[in-house]
Design a binder for this molecule. Structure first.
Ligand code: NZQ
Ligand code: ZN
Length: 385
């Protein structure tokens, strides 16, 4: 029986040239801190465009937020916010910069040790600074959700937190900003959005007819646009569809009232924390073997996925499921992403190391049925060798 609450207060401003709208979106008297990553925001001219749009407002900068943003770096931004009495944050970048900004927004208003925000998964966040985002990389959905993932470098711990306090006030989505992305980042974005959809769709049926059809539409859109998104960087329509699809994949809509898995993400986060593998690539390693390992409890949805997304109708049920999992793996490989641990130079030692980390982080009952124990995670990783 569907039974849920849905709340998403982020305003989306979508289209070419929309960075100029910051003039209207950011409060006129705000003391703004612009947060960005490495070189890209400067090199592409986006940062200058943002500054122009902000006009006469007092604007400060914090650069150097790394992919998989670290607590260590973000705490320096928190210090700057306090010192300069900043009252509005503006993230310019991909998921890492937006996630980092969410943490800074919450940590700047937090009494006590801000790492506790991650340890308590955001349950202890009662206030945060307001912030907006200018998205330059379609992938995570962070521009329209209340999640953030932060890594503590010192302990190789990558944890997520959720809080309604850290929904962006607005996000500017200009697809032309993605033209400068290297192909590996576009591949990552497609794969991440695909797996976000799967985490909320490929569980068990609960009569969520619209959520299912919507999820299938997002998956099919990603499959359809992937080749062109990689081959033609400045095809506006393709990049616009990728950008909006990635946002819709994780803004709460397809997840409303349905069971959710997220084991692929939890296992993947450990692979990133230990070996620095890009987030999306870790998902492509884990998902195909997770679907295979969990095929009994996911059976009905795997059959639905095979038929509706991949149009597989021939053969018996097990053959159809096998074909759907093979198609999924082949799709990731078609993006240039290796779906095996061996593709990243990792072997059995990595399986044990990841399982040990999962245990340390209490990730011992993952999945929509909480039945992915450490032993099951080990089997999933072994199948991904
Ligand atoms: O650092 P710069 O120089 O800016 O370069 C970035 C970075 O190296 C570059 N880039 C971004 N926009 C560009 C560009 N290069 C050229 N042109 C542009 N327009 O891309 C590189 C990767 O950026 P990053 O922000 O790290 O990528 P992504 O958006 O994939 O974010 C990944 C992070 O998001 C987390 C992941 O765990 C990871 O830490 N996630 C956040 C989620 C959420 N908040 O809901 C959900 C996801 O599952 C995910 O876990
Ligand atoms: Zn993800």
């Amino acid at each position: 029986m569907l039974n849920f609450e849905f709340h998403n207060p982020t305003r989306i401003v979508f289209g070419p040239g929309k960075v100029a709208e910051l003039a209207r979106l950011v409060p006129p008297k705000a003391k703004v801190l612009l947060l960005y990553g490495g070189a890209s925001a400067k090199k592409t001219g986006t940062l200058a465009e943002v500054r122009t749009a902000l006009g006469a407002r007092e604007v400060h900068e914090f650069g150097g937020i790394e992919p998989n943003p670290t607590y260590e770096t973000l705490m320096r931004a928190v210090e700057q916010v306090r010192l300069q009495k900043i009252d509005f944050l503006l993230a310019v970048g991909g998921g890492s910069v937006i996630d980092g900004t969410k943490f800074v927004a919450a940590a700047a208003c937090f009494d006590g040790e801000p790492w506790d925000i991650l340890l308590q998964r955001g349950a202890n966040v009662s206030r945060a600074l307001p912030f907006g985002a200018v998205l330059t990389l379609p992938a995570t959905g962070s521009e329209m959700n209340s999640g953030s993932v932060v890594t503590r470098k010192a302990t190789q711990t990558k944890l997520a937190f959720l809080s309604e306090q850290v929904f962006p006030q607005f996000s500017v989505l200009d697809p032309t900003k993605t033209y400068t992305l290297p192909p590996q980042q576009i591949a990552n974005g497609i794969a991440d959005a695909f797996v976000h959809t799967m985490e909320q769709y490929l569980t068990y049926p609960v009569q969520a007819l619209a959520q299912d059809r919507f999820a299938e539409g997002l998956l099919q859109t990603l499959i359809e646009i992937a080749p062109r998104a990689l081959a033609e960087p400045d095809d506006y329509d393709t990049r616009a569809n990728l950008m909006w699809t990635a946002t819709l994949a994780l803004n709460g809509l397809i997840g409303a009232g349905v069971p959710q898995d997220w084991a692929t993400h939890m296992i993947g986060h450990e692979l990133t924390a230990l070996y620095g593998i890009d987030h999306a690539r870790t998902l492509c390693i884990v998902l195909p073997s997770l679907l295979d390992t969990q095929r009994a409890t996911k059976r009905a949805k795997l059959l639905q996925y095979a038929e509706r997304v991949w149009h597989i109708t021939g053969g018996n049920e097990d053959e159809r499921i096998n074909a759907a999992i093979s198609k999924t793996r082949a799709f990731f490989e078609s993006l240039g992403i290796s779906t095996r641990l061996s593709g990243y130079g990792l072997g059995q030692e990595a399986v044990e190391a990841v399982v040990a980390q999962l245990e340390t982080h209490g990730m011992t009952q993952l999945g929509e049925h909480r039945d992915i124990s450490l032993a099951v995670s080990r089997a999933i990783l072994q199948a991904a060798l």
